[in-house]
Design a protein around this ligand. Structure first.
Ligand code: PGA
Length: 291
């Protein structure tokens, strides 16, 4: 993968050309940059904004500011995504058509259709214009009792719909204080990542639960330790060479003032941003860490 610009048409599933063992697992709408190179230092970063349960129609104005500032996809050396609430996905995707901003979703059901009142299938998200789905966010794990098995099934469902799964892992404050961080993360990775994961269909996000929305962040040494452990495990788990190309995002109180420092940590290949993604100016300040 290079960090050079990617033509908008070529962006669509560009990565799948090199990882087409299972055609049904390939990204259809394509959030990933070019993944042909094996040099980890050249992994194209992804800065993804998670709007959570925030945003009525006027919030699309912030998205407009973002696309105006970033311009078209050609020439971008950082992939940018916004994951708005379900209600805005279709309008947001329409608005971002032809821009460098991709649209993702925050969760999905594992089934394609059926009697699941209130749930959304990944096929519906694809239909609405999403190219990726966040699965296993700690707020889903905590508020909805999502287990690693459920996250694993959702990730496979995301692939079934031709989208990219952004799989989240992270330890609680209690677990960190008990010295269990690496063990917790290892178990979440083992349970949540399906066997067929590749750099083309998965993005990992490390989000310490205690850092989300709190203004607290781990030290860069702590981030480096966890991301290195995730990289090592991905290399062991994934087929031939895929583990060293998967993007590992850091998430948890990322803001313009700490983005450069966090994004410079080895094995940090981008950010998953909550609160600071709601305002275009703040989000642009984070993206600027890569320009
Ligand atoms: P935060 O949220 O940036 O507001 O801490 C991050 C996340 O939950 O993805």
């Amino acid at each position: 993968m290079t960090r050079t610009g990617v033509d908008p048409a070529a962006r669509v599933c560009k990565s799948s050309r090199t990882h087409n063992r299972d055609s049904h697992l390939q990204c259809k709408n394509g959030i990933l940059g070019e993944m042909n190179g094996a040099n980890m230092a050249e992994i194209q970063p992804l800065v993804a904004g998670n709007w959570k349960m925030n945003g009525l129609k006027p919030a699309l104005g912030e998205l407009k500011k973002l696309t105006n500032a970033l311009g078209g996809a050609s020439g971008a050396n950082t992939d940018v995504m916004i994951c708005p609430p379900f209600t805005l996905i279709s309008s947001a995707a329409h608005q971002c058509n032809g821009s460098s901003v991709q649209i993702g979703a925050q969760d999905c059901h594992a089934n394609e259709s059926g009697a699941h009142t209130g749930d959304i299938a990944p096929e519906m998200l694809s239909d609405a214009g999403a190219s990726a789905v966040i699965v296993g966010h700690s707020e889903r794990r905590a508020d909805h009792g999502e287990t690693n098995d459920m996250v694993n099934a959702k990730a496979q469902a995301v692939w079934r719909a031709g989208l990219t799964a952004i799989i989240c892992v992270g330890e609680t404050d209690t677990q960190r204080k008990a010295g269990e961080t690496l063990e917790v993360i290892a178990n979440q990775l083992t349970g949540s990542i399906p066997d067929a994961a590749t750099a083309a269909n998965v993005v990992l996000a490390y989000e310490p639960v205690w850092a989300i929305g709190t203004g607290l962040t781990p030290t860069t040494d702590d981030v480096a330790e966890v991301h290195a452990a995730i990289r090592t495990q991905l290399e062991a788990m994934l087929p031939a060479g895929e583990g060293r190309k998967v993007r590992i995002l850091y998430g948890g109180s990322v803001k313009p003032s700490n983005a450069s420092e966090l994004m410079a940590v080895p094995n940090v290949n981008g950010a998953l941003v909550g609160g600071a993604s709601l305002k275009a100016d703040d989000f642009l300040g984070i993206i600027a860490a890569y320009t």
